[in-house]
Design a protein around this ligand. Structure first.
Ligand code: ADP
Ligand code: MG
Length: 833
């Protein structure tokens, strides 16, 4: 060893010292990063080794790593140094850096030794560091084609998938106990000497029985049905054992615990141990081992696509750290920070994606400017004055926002949110009328036939107040007196006869129809608008992004307004619908009576039936929602039929009942809904698939069975089916044996009427996955993000906006990786790739 330039062996000793000192970057003055930087300038090593060491240094700053990663870093450095002195194939023993006994004590989790090359057999394909992440996982040692096939079943094909194959949870084996401290019934971890291990017959099965001990005592360990462990345990081995302790013949015993030699970087014991999703033929230990080795080798080279500036500002772990800690956390706190970082990724990508969609949509497209001037102004005033009520301030505000958008030559993309009954339809209709007055066509899309019909009826009624019905066909109405010319409104649904549909399509194509109302029949390719200026999409959550863009193709960049009655907290809405501007009607028209809501005990069911009967005697109608059956739609339908039979024959034999469930055809459902709407049925029995948004003012009772099983937002939607008329309405909630959360929900829904408040409560009571299917069509998957992570959500949104403002096309060098990641997550936005 030269005094000036240490050789590889000397540097290995320095690394050994670093290990002994507990990875505190204290082996050399100034730190390992500086040391290596200087050393590599003068060291005489093989060029390949120098190159890879330099790579290691640029990939990760040793000083900035957490302990677990420092272990990996050192292992890599040692492996490289070994290549220098021991070319592949020679004896690798020297690389076996181990912690010497008798050094100063370090924290429990730091006493593990560096994994080094302990189990690493010199092999042909084992080294995967430096490989592109798209490489198939078969390059990993221990992944044969058949194992790879099993991983494929779990959605893991390449190294990238593997890194993102996060455990479903961790078991905490991190708290080490002595044998004297063990208690039955708990998951415990000990470090002990093996006194004896032998294969035995237990209950006719060949098993392993061992006795292990530490300074406080001895304990039995049994591996049922597994004689192989006996072969691997030798007397005097030191092992870490983690598992459940139970009592057997009044003695403590570990039953089939996880174990591994103490001399290793623990994977299965003594730490937060990951539990992965498995499939036939994959064993927990096998998967953990594969994961650990892959992560150790890859974690330092994972490029971090989040710019450093953003990472620092948000105090995020690096991507490599986050992935490592998400799988093999050093401690619970780091596991939490890892999740935050990974959730941030997902939300940032979501946000950048929607922002870019919005930009693509609006940029350079000269939309049509639709303004409230001239004839449009007159019609607008007359229409608003002729309404049977005054618009609420909230409606007014939303309307002004919409009209402001229409007037600009940029196509509008706006989401109008308002609780059921808040009066969205009037607002939308006003905007459509202004559009028509500007000489454009307008479209109104609803998710079901019956809702389309309802809108057709509502809009016709409203137009009747300012104009005069000139002619009326099955699906077409003409009005005079609204504008100088005749205004035509058509209803385009799937059940039109061919001739009518063809005729309507032709008239739409020639621009003769001013307002086309319909289901998705409106966006079929046969429908070509002559001059579509604006379109309204009702109940947005029923339609995917695809349908929205189909609608956009229908005209020369029409303005689009989407409406939803599903109250979504603002931050969440801005993220999920970040491509839309947001208007909220957060106020109900005055004079509306709150729906009286009552949570009833099971023994009060008969009382509830009596109450329904009294309301029906007063001329009202009622809904009864069947219990939620989760198994399948078929079983759900069968249960609903049985409940319907029971109610029809035993409870209300003298009344007329109808039934709606998911196995009926759309025509059958519509038929029953129509009969209920027209007052031919007293009670509508339904499964929870019942239509959203249907307006039956005469219905005053909603009875919900097994109400504790529904989320607050859903209960609120059910309740919104009543209380739409002038009479007092009631919502009765029955619950057999509610859980604690179920009770909380029932308690809240009894007290709270405001849909937005309920949505907030709902989000905090249960995850957003349940609240709002995150697997929305067209949106990327959210695995780590909980949409209740409001802080992360806002951070991601702010950062995305900043990035976008500075570098809208992500062309700057610091955004290269980000652009690439975005293209991966949103493959359909071709511009990124
Ligand atoms: P939403 O579609 O938001 O659920 P609707 O537009 O169907 O609500 O309105 C519900 C009912 O309230 C309709 O009967 C409508 O005529 C009425 N309405 C709308 N705005 C007002 C208002 N400002 N004052 C009184 N009633 C209103
Ligand atoms: Mg509505």
């Amino acid at each position: 060893m030269s005094a000036v330039t240490p050789d590889a062996g000397a540097v290995r000793k320095i690394l050994q010292l670093e290990v002994d000192k507990g990875y505190r970057d204290s082996a050399v003055i100034g730190g390992l990063d500086k040391f290596f930087e200087n050393w590599l300038k003068s060291a005489t090593l093989e060029p390949a080794v120098v190159r890879r060491l330099k790579q290691l240094l640029t990939q990760a700053n040793y000083g900035s790593l957490v302990q677990e990663q420092r272990k990996v870093w050192i292992k890599k450095a040692v492996d490289l140094l070994n290549q220098e002195t021991h070319p592949p194939g020679s004896d690798l023993k020297k690389s076996n850096i181990t912690r010497r006994s008798g050094t100063a004590p370090t924290p429990a989790h730091a006493t593990k030794t560096a994994p080094a090359a302990r189990k690493r057999v010199p092999d042909k394909t084992g080294d995967i560091s430096g490989l592109p992440l798209q490489t198939e996982i078969t390059v990993i040692n221990g992944i044969s084609p058949s194992v790879a096939a099993r991983f494929r079943k779990l959605g893991v094909k390449n190294l990238h998938d593997l890194l993102y194959f996060f455990p479903r949870r961790h078991i905490d084996y991190s708290k080490r106990k002595t044998i004297a401290m063990l208690a039955p019934g708990r998951e415990e971890t000990i470090v002990a000497n093996v006194w004896q291990a032998k294969s035995v017959i237990l209950g006719r099965r060949r098993s392993t029985e061992a006795v292990v001990g530490d300074e406080t005592g001895n304990v039995r360990v049994i591996w049922f049905n597994n004689p192989y462990v006996a072969r691997n345990l030798k007397t005097n081995d030191r092992v870490v054992i983690s598992g459940r302790v139970s009592l057997f013949r009044s003695q403590l015993v570990f039953e089939s615990p996880e174990w591994e030699p103490e001399e290793s970087d623990t994977i299965h014991t003594g730490r937060l141990v990951p539990l992965y999703h498995l499939t036939q033929g994959l064993r927990p230990r096998q998967v953990r081992k594969i994961m650990k080795s892959a992560i150790d080798q890859l974690t330092l080279q994972i490029p971090d696509f989040v710019p450093e500036e953003v990472r620092n500002r948000q105090q995020l772990l690096t991507l490599g750290q986050a992935i490592l800690q998400a799988h093999f956390p050093d401690e619970a706190m780091l596991k939490g920070r890892a999740r935050e970082r990974l959730a941030f990724n997902e939300l940032l990508m979501l946000q950048l994606g929607v922002l870019s969609k919005k930009r693509t949509w609006q940029e350079g497209q000269s939309g049509n400017s639709i303004s409230v001037k001239g004839e449009a102004e007159q019609v607008f005033r007359r229409f608003v004055q002729a309404l049977p009520f005054r618009l609420t301030p909230a409606q007014d505000k939303a309307l002004q926002e919409i009209l402001g958008d229409l007037a600009r030559p940029v196509p509008m993309s706006r989401l109008l949110q308002g609780d059921v009954g808040s009066g969205k339809t009037v607002v939308a209709t006003t905007a459509l009328l202004v559009t028509v007055a500007n000489g454009f066509q307008a479209a109104f899309m609803a998710p079901t036939e019956i809702l389309a019909e309802q809108h057709f009826a509502t809009i016709s009624r409203l137009l009747n107040r300012v104009g005069e019905l000139a002619s009326e066909e099955k699906a077409l109405r003409s009005y005079n007196g609204i504008l100088k010319r005749t205004v035509k409104v058509a209803l385009l649904t799937g059940d039109l006869d061919v001739a009518t549909r063809k005729s309507l399509q032709a008239q739409i194509g020639k621009g003769e129809i001013d307002i086309a109302i319909g289901t998705h029949a409106i966006i079929q390719k046969e429908v070509q608008f002559y001059r579509l200026g604006a379109a309204v999409v009702d109940e947005q959550h029923r339609f995917g992004v695809t349908q929205r863009s189909a609608l956009r193709q229908k005209g020369a960049f029409p303005h689009i307004l989407v409406m939803t009655a599903t109250p979504i907290p603002r931050t969440l809405a801005l993220t999920l619908y970040g491509d839309l501007d947001l208007s909220v009607i957060d106020q109900m028209p005055g004079g509306r009576l709150a729906v009286k809501t009552k949570w009833l005990q099971p023994e009060q069911r008969q009382k509830a039936y009596n109450f329904i009967r009294r309301e029906i005697n007063k001329g009202r109608q009622a809904f009864i929602l069947c219990p939620l059956v989760e198994e399948s739609e078929v079983i759900q339908a069968r249960a609903a039929v049985a409940e319907f039979e029971r109610l029809s024959t035993e409870v209300f034999p003298d009344l007329k009942l109808g039934l709606i469930h998911g196995r009926l055809s759309a025509a059958e459902k519509d038929e029953t809904m129509h009969r209920f709407r027209d007052g031919e049925l007293h009670i509508l029995v339904a499964t929870p698939v019942i239509e959203v948004g249907i307006d039956i003012p005469n219905a005053t009772v909603m009875m919900v069975e097994s109400a504790d099983r529904f989320g607050l937002s859903q209960l609120h939607q059910f309740r919104g089916r009543v209380g739409r008329g002038i009479e007092q309405s009631y919502c009765m909630l029955l619950a057999e044996d509610p859980s604690e959360v179920g009770r909380q929900r029932l308690d809240i829904i009894e007290r709270v009427q405001d849909g937005f408040k309920l949505a907030e409560e709902d989000l905090s009571l249960r995850g957003p996955g349940e609240f709002f299917g995150t697997r929305q069509s067209g949106l990327p998957d959210l695995r780590m993000a909980r949409l209740s992570d409001v802080a992360i959500l806002e951070a991601a949104r702010n950062e995305a906006t900043l990035i976008f403002r500075k570098d809208p096309r992500l062309k700057k060098p610091e955004h290269t990786l980000l652009a690439r990641e975005l293209a991966r997550v949103w493959p359909e936005s071709a511009e990124w790739s």
